[in-house]
Design a protein around this ligand. Structure first.
Ligand code: FE2
Ligand code: FE2
Length: 200
């Protein structure tokens, strides 16, 4: 069946829009948000989506847009899942993305945050939340930057803070996702435990 919308076009336009926002001077998270977060989350979402036979179009667009609100305006950060879902609706309908797909993408964005109570209604929503948490393990260097570069914590207090954060992320990842980052998790915990407790 021929689609009545051009997925590649929508994806390219959305990707360009988010990339441009990441590279804008107004983005408080810095341009690395594109390479070290958005693209990683999109990649992981697709890997999990293929394994679990999910809707890859929904996943890819939801991953690209999931943090868009706080990238375009930091004042949205606290509620960026809600603002992000609203912005996604405007952007996607404007690009002729079908209403049903747009609603599904909104649901994923609304439920992507681990710190909030999540109400997954679809496997795609669950996958996006997992991929978001998994990005903390696949880009550990960026997490060290956050701990010591951004938050300016001292060595031990930073290790304690980061370990706690990574453990929370781990608990949010679905079993299929844990398999993909198990090795990274073990390495991270070993390094952080050594910083906290010293070498045995
Ligand atoms: Fe987010
Ligand atoms: Fe995110």
């Amino acid at each position: 069946m021929r689609k009545n919308y051009d997925y590649q076009k929508i994806k390219n336009e959305v990707g360009n829009l988010v990339k441009k926002a990441c590279y804008s001077e107004d983005n408080k998270f810095g341009e690395d948000a594109w390479d070290y977060h958005i693209l990683i989350v999109a990649k992981r979402s697709l890997v999990l989506g293929k394994k679990l036979k999910a809707d890859l179009e929904v996943l890819e667009l939801a991953a690209l847009l999931h943090d868009y609100a706080s990238i375009v305006d930091y004042k949205f950060f606290k509620e960026h899942h809600i603002h992000g879902a609203q912005l996604a609706e405007e952007i996607l309908l404007d690009l002729n993305c079908p209403r049903e797909k747009t609603e599904h993408i909104k649901e994923c964005i609304l439920n992507h945050r681990g710190s909030r109570e999540r109400n997954h209604k679809s496997v795609e929503s669950e996958i996006l939340a997992s991929a978001d948490a998994m990005s903390h393990f696949s880009e550990l260097a960026d997490m060290f930057y956050l701990t010591y570069g951004v938050h300016k914590l001292k060595t031990k207090e930073g290790a304690i803070w980061l370990k706690n954060k990574l453990e929370k992320s781990w608990n949010k990842i679905m079993p299929e996702g844990r398999k993909l980052v198990q090795e990274d998790y073990d390495i991270a915990m070993k390094i952080l435990d050594q910083a906290i407790n010293g070498i045995k």
